[in-house]
Design a binder for this molecule. Structure first.
Ligand code: DC
Length: 230
């Protein structure tokens, strides 16, 4: 069967990555989490002194960019893909609040976006991928055969995020997480380069009142529909 590109964009914690991962597994495609790539660059920037008091030294990061290598490797035991930064597993570190607070600033830099977008295009050149992010259907693969835009209310998304943080043993208040969700929405949607917006030909899915299983079924249905018509 002809392999396609499935672009899943939308707001943070709307359920994109769970849906995308489940679908990729079901249909034997590669899943690529582009948010993890922006998070890995942010972690590198934190560790290499590119921030002081939440102000960023852009030139330092620009100079360091060629030294940042990001890859994904399968963890068979956990049945997941994990993010590596210059050969070291950083999956846990990139999911914490420290990175979450700064990642939107890094993701708004045009030199970072250009570098990561071209890496993402390279990863999908043979198609057969499910890629989740913010600008996949608009900038990375405007020709993707299936584009989905996923959203949910900020409160529901903050609750989901809080559950994830708690599960990993991190402490955070609902108010802090809600503020972070709203703040990231604002920065992600108003930045100049690759802003978060729904592609004209994307299908919109509001997951506020949906279970994970319902989301998975819906997405598989869309995939079957599109591949059946090719
Ligand atoms: O999906 P996520 O929450 O892990 O994404 C982390 C941040 O990276 C988020 O604030 C938006 C940004 N991002 C982006 O700008 N473009 C992408 N394709 C993916 C993520």
């Amino acid at each position: 069967m002809k392999k396609i590109i499935i672009a899943i964009d939308g707001h943070s914690s709307a359920g994109k990555s769970t849906m995308a991962k489940d679908l990729a597994k079901e249909i034997g495609y590669t899943y690529i989490d582009t948010g993890a790539m922006y998070r890995a660059v942010t972690l590198y920037a934190i560790r290499h002194g590119c921030f002081s008091e939440e102000r960023m030294d852009e030139e330092k990061l620009r100079a360091a960019l060629p030294d940042i290598r990001i890859s994904f490797r399968r963890n068979e035991a956990a049945d997941s893909f994990e993010t590596y930064l210059n050969g070291t597993n950083v999956e846990k570190e990139i999911r914490g609040m420290d990175v979450a607070k700064l990642v939107s600033l890094v993701a708004a830099l045009s030199f970072v976006r250009r570098d990561l977008v071209s890496k993402q295009q390279e990863m999908g050149k043979d198609r057969g991928i499910v890629m989740d992010g913010r600008d996949i259907g608009t900038m990375v693969f405007p020709d993707a055969e299936l584009k989905i835009f996923v959203t949910a209310s900020p409160e529901i998304r903050a609750l989901r995020r809080l559950d994830e943080l708690k599960a990993r043993g991190e402490k955070a208040s609902f108010e802090d997480v809600l503020d972070n969700v709203k703040n990231r929405d604002h920065i992600d949607s108003t930045r100049e380069e690759g802003p978060l917006r729904q592609a004209e030909d994307a299908l919109r899915l509001d997951t506020s009142d949906m279970t994970v299983a319902e989301q998975k079924d819906w997405l598989l249905g869309q995939y079957n529909k599109i591949t059946g018509s090719l």
